[in-house]
Design a protein around this ligand. Structure first.
Ligand SMILES: [Zn+2]
Length: 293
């Protein structure tokens, strides 16, 4: 990590984010229900897992807060602990970064359907996201990363919330193109990127997808906007093994996809579902070295 701020670093070259956290935490013994709460009850474990990503070459690590909005925490019985969990997660990530990596506040969807598909009203959504983002900003983050959104009707309020709760913090937003060229709600890469930049996002991109169509989505984003592009693919396409969804792309295969993403103009890379420190290591080798182009 250089002394320059995150935005300058994001504009000047390749940056690596981290890989999956949920699966790593569950491998360390956390239940799906308590993954967010572990920032408070098991900060040492969260810190160790994040440090593994720093050691693997991540320039940016994400707080363990993908499901830390009030709505998501309420499903696990922790709905009144948003600020406590977000602040604890930020402090843990800062310790793991240890001056060697930037810290991104990870903010995921509420799990509720936005209007007109469901009942979540835009103004309510702004309040929900602002509550989490305010706590991260108070504890000190280098950027806010809104990720895995599939509906602009939910992502736009999240962007508004970030602008309100953390006006001086750089903002990145990614959508999950889980239907190939589109998200489940029919958003394509060009539409997503244009709209998000128009709303003031400093970095835009895609996560939680994989394959040829993801490369096309990023190429469409590159043609539509001129801000840095971020892509965090899954470790392959989902496969059903013994009734469980697994992502089985090996680090080498994952890194080959990253090279193609680099060719279409992506400069910020990381991993989503199923990725591990080994995937980040392969990524660093693939996109940072001359042989990785
Ligand atoms: Zn994912």
């Amino acid at each position: 990590m250089s002394d320059e701020g995150f935005l300058a670093a994001s504009r000047s070259g390749i940056l690596l984010l981290d890989g999956a956290m949920g699966t790593q935490l569950m491998a360390a013994g956390a239940s799906e229900r308590d993954r967010m709460e572990w920032n408070v009850s098991h900060p040492d474990v969260v810190e160790r897992l994040l440090r593994e990503y720093v050691d693997a070459g991540s320039d940016v690590i994400e707080t363990n807060t993908f499901a830390a909005t009030r709505q998501q925490l309420a499903r696990c019985g922790h709905g009144d602990r948003v600020a406590e969990i977000a602040e604890a997660a930020t402090r843990v990530a800062r310790r793991a970064a240890d001056g060697k990596a930037f810290v991104a506040a990870c903010v995921g969807p509420t799990g509720e359907l936005p209007e007109p598909y469901g009942d979540l009203k835009p103004e309510a959504a702004v309040g929900i996201f602002a509550e989490q983002i305010e706590a991260h900003a108070a504890a000190g983050v280098d950027l806010v990363l809104l990720e895995t959104f599939i509906a602009l009707e939910e992502l736009e309020p999240a962007v508004s919330a970030a602008k309100r709760a953390a006006p001086d913090v750089p903002l990145a937003a990614t959508m999950s193109f889980d239907r190939g060229a589109h998200t489940s709600f029919g958003v394509d890469g060009e539409t997503a990127a244009s709209r998000l930049v128009e709303l003031g996002c400093n970095i835009v991109g895609a996560n939680c997808a994989y394959g040829d169509e993801l490369v096309s989505v990023m190429a469409a984003m590159r043609a539509a906007v001129d801000v840095p592009l971020l892509c965090q693919p899954n470790a392959g396409l989902p496969q059903l093994v013994d009734g469980e969804t697994v992502f089985a792309a090996q680090p080498g295969e994952f890194a080959e996809l990253a090279k193609r993403l680099k060719d279409v103009g992506v400069t910020l890379f990381g991993g989503c579902c199923g990725t591990t420190p080994a995937h980040i290591r392969a990524l660093a080798q693939a996109v940072r070295t001359p042989s990785g182009r």
